[in-house]
Ligand binder design. Structure first.
Ligand code: CP
Ligand code: NVA
Length: 331
């Protein structure tokens, strides 16, 4: 989390408000607690009402979405709140209203802000200027809400996370690969990113994940050999080869990643109990074979549902932290 400029808004930029702009904003213990609460909320959807009032949460979109839009809107309503979903094309952002001004205007009226945008720097700027929690609903760099849901899904399937081998195949420089590195290392997973060399993860993300893995007993590895990376894997994960914002690169990327499709042959190399993840939307026949995504190993629709529960748990955690700060007179 970046430190912000001096701000007249209590809590903004002074490090006392908790945000979730990247996966490692939650410590290993905090991530485990959020995942436990997510499982509780899945069993009893209306058990927590931190937004009763209703208090409002703003959910902002600079890019398309189905799952994120639905899961935040439904989740905020189930927590007793009002979801204010805004397509940013209809605001003044496109003609240059500063992110810091947007943050201050929203924070004066809402309990939290979730934002799907392009640059990671923008959401960190928003967080630094906001006196309420800011949640990354996907940037070019990270998709941490998705990986929280994915961890909830894997934990439910295996009853544990630490020590499991998760292999991600495809675009190793994508937001999903980066979030599997940070979120997976936080959970003590053995994360293998397998991609053509031109699409390997950013060095700083890999280094941060390696440092985390050292603390949690997990590990991180990057390779270009898909057959080797799939051997013995407990989870195979993939994502589209061309992400939002990379339109026009489809041919180059499909050519480079053709050997990295999650298909039956690669699944056969994995552990017999191996489960398959894809955050959706998927292109059957490109990054994943239809028979795999629609087959018995696939957990993709559990993942999609768990976005709801994981984000509700995250909101409870961040709102609890904010309330704690207010009680202690720091906010
Ligand atoms: N997985 C995911 O974030 O889907 P949407 O782009 O539809 O929100
Ligand atoms: N990597 C994909 C994820 C979509 C949910 C993208 O950013 O488009």
């Amino acid at each position: 989390m970046t430190a912000g400029p001096a701000s007249p808004i209590a809590g903004a930029g002074d490090g006392t408000v908790r945000h979730f702009t990247r996966d490692d904003d939650l410590s290993p213990a905090e991530q485990a607690a959020v995942l436990s609460l997510a499982a509780e909320l899945k069993a009893d959807r209306f058990a927590r009402q931190p937004l009763a009032g209703p208090r409002t949460v703003a959910v902002l979109f600079d890019k398309p979405s189905l799952r994120t839009r639905v899961s935040f809107a439904v989740g905020i309503a189930e927590l007793g709140g009002f979801p204010l979903v805004i397509d940013m094309q209809g605001t003044h952002a496109g003609r240059g209203e500063p992110v810091t001004d947007i943050a201050r205007v929203l924070a004066g009226q809402v309990a939290a802000i979730a934002w799907r945008t392009f640059g990671q720097a923008a959401i960190e700027e928003m967080a630094a200027a906001s006196s309420v929690p800011v949640i990354n609903a996907l940037t070019d760099r990270f998709h941490p809400c998705q990986v929280l849901a994915d961890l909830q899904t894997v934990r439910a399937a295996y009853g544990r996370l630490a020590g499991l081998v998760l292999t991600f195949l495809g675009d190793g420089s994508s937001n999903m690969a980066h979030s599997y590195l940070l979120g997976g290392a936080t959970a003590g997973l053995q994360v293998r990113i397998c991609a053509p060399e031109a699409y390997w993860p950013a060095a700083d993300v890999l280094a941060a994940a390696a440092a985390l893995a050292e603390r949690t007993g997990g590990s991180v590895a990057v390779s270009a050999d898909p057959l080797d990376a799939c051997k013995g894997a407990d989870v195979l994960a993939t994502d589209v080869w061309t992400s939002m914002g990379q339109e026009g690169q489809e041919r180059t990327r499909s050519g480079a990643m053709a050997g990295y499709q999650v298909d039956a042959a690669k699944l056969a190399l994995a552990s017999p109990a191996c489960r398959v993840l894809h955050c959706l939307p998927a292109h059957r026949g490109e990054e994943i074979a239809a028979e795999v995504i629609d087959g018995p190993a696939s957990l993709v629709f559990e993942q999609a549902e768990n976005r709801l529960h994981a984000q509700k748990a995250l909101l409870c955690f961040l709102l609890d932290a904010a309330a704690g700060e207010r009680r202690e007179g720091r906010g």
